[in-house]
Ligand binder design. Structure first.
Ligand code: NAD
Ligand code: ZN
Length: 253
């Protein structure tokens, strides 16, 4: 059912959330647009400006790595200023109330953690852009020292003591998915009784399979997204209103 207006949407959400024991949110870039971070596919989104750099190019070419770091440092101000939005705060409230065991996210912006969800309860399918890691040994690196050397030393690329290549801790196109996170997301999807898909176009696979898996295992499915998605027909409730507006009534301080 597609909610006719915001009021109907909020009533429907209240019923479904109120009767659920184990809610798993599955979030995408749309939950963070009100925080000033553009999504990928809306007009003016990141992709309309920059072609993504595939993983094999990042590995093969120093120039691709320089370009990736240039882009990353260019958007640092946007990420650094972003604070959790109403959607993040509402989901954090459900988490604190014990209704949400963990959240699954495609986002890389760290805003669920910033909203008070324990890092171990944020299952990141596409990694995290607020720090970097060595692709060989996994050693974590903070961005600020990398930036300082990049900017003062003629775009010097970072490398690890082990000789490995360093990259932001995100999953690029062509890079394999983090196995542990995928397994945990699948487990959460099969064990929940309500899956809330929030702000995702649901076109990036295999992540998009998670909401569907929950539905197949008997959970109710809610899709909150401004634009239609391919899975709307399987949803128990489709909300096409603004995410912040739809979830604000669920914020508890
Ligand atoms: P997407 O850009 O494909 O889809 C976002 C969806 O959210 C769109 O369908 C849009 O209509 C909807 N939306 C945007 N703002 C909304 C609002 N205020 N209210 C209601 N709906 C709104 O995003 P995706 O499905 O997450 O896939 C993109 C990939 O890009 C993800 O894998 C993620 O890793 C990455 N990404 C992450 C961020 C971030 O971390 N914030 C930002 C951009 C891209
Ligand atoms: Zn290393």
């Amino acid at each position: 059912m597609i909610a006719a207006d915001l009021e109907t949407a909020i009533d429907g959400l209240r019923d479904l959330i109120g009767s659920a024991q184990r809610i798993v949110p599955f979030t995408g870039a749309g939950i963070s647009t009100e925080c000033g971070i553009p999504d990928f596919r809306s007009p003016g989104g990141v992709w309309t400006k920059n072609r993504p750099i595939p993983f094999d190019e990042y590995l093969a070419s120093e120039e691709a790595r320089r370009e990736a770091w240039r882009r990353r440092f260019n958007i640092e101000a946007t990420f650094a200023q972003a604070k959790p939005g109403r959607g993040h705060l509402a989901l954090a409230s459900l988490y604190r109330a014990g209704q949400v065991p963990a959240l699954v996210t495609q986002n890389i912006d760290n805003l669920h953690q910033a909203s008070g969800v324990a890092p171990q309860d944020v299952v990141e399918l596409h990694g995290n852009t607020t720090y970097a890691a060595c692709l060989d040994c996994g050693q974590r690196y903070e961005l600020e020292p990398i930036r300082a050397r990049f900017e003062s030393n003629d775009e010097e690329l970072p490398d690890c003591d082990c000789g490995g290549i360093i990259k932001t801790a995100t999953i690029s196109f062509g890079q394999s998915m983090p196995g542990d996170a995928m397994r945990r997301a699948q487990q959460l999807a099969t064990e929940c009784d309500l899956l809330l898909a929030v702000g995702s176009s649901l076109v990036v696979w295999p992540a998009a399979g998670i909401p569907l898996m929950a539905k197949r295992n008997g959970a109710r499915l809610v899709i909150i997204n401004r634009e239609p998605t391919e899975f709307d027909e399987f949803a128990d409730l489709v909300v096409r209103n603004d995410i912040g507006d739809a979830l604000a009534p669920f914020i508890r301080h």
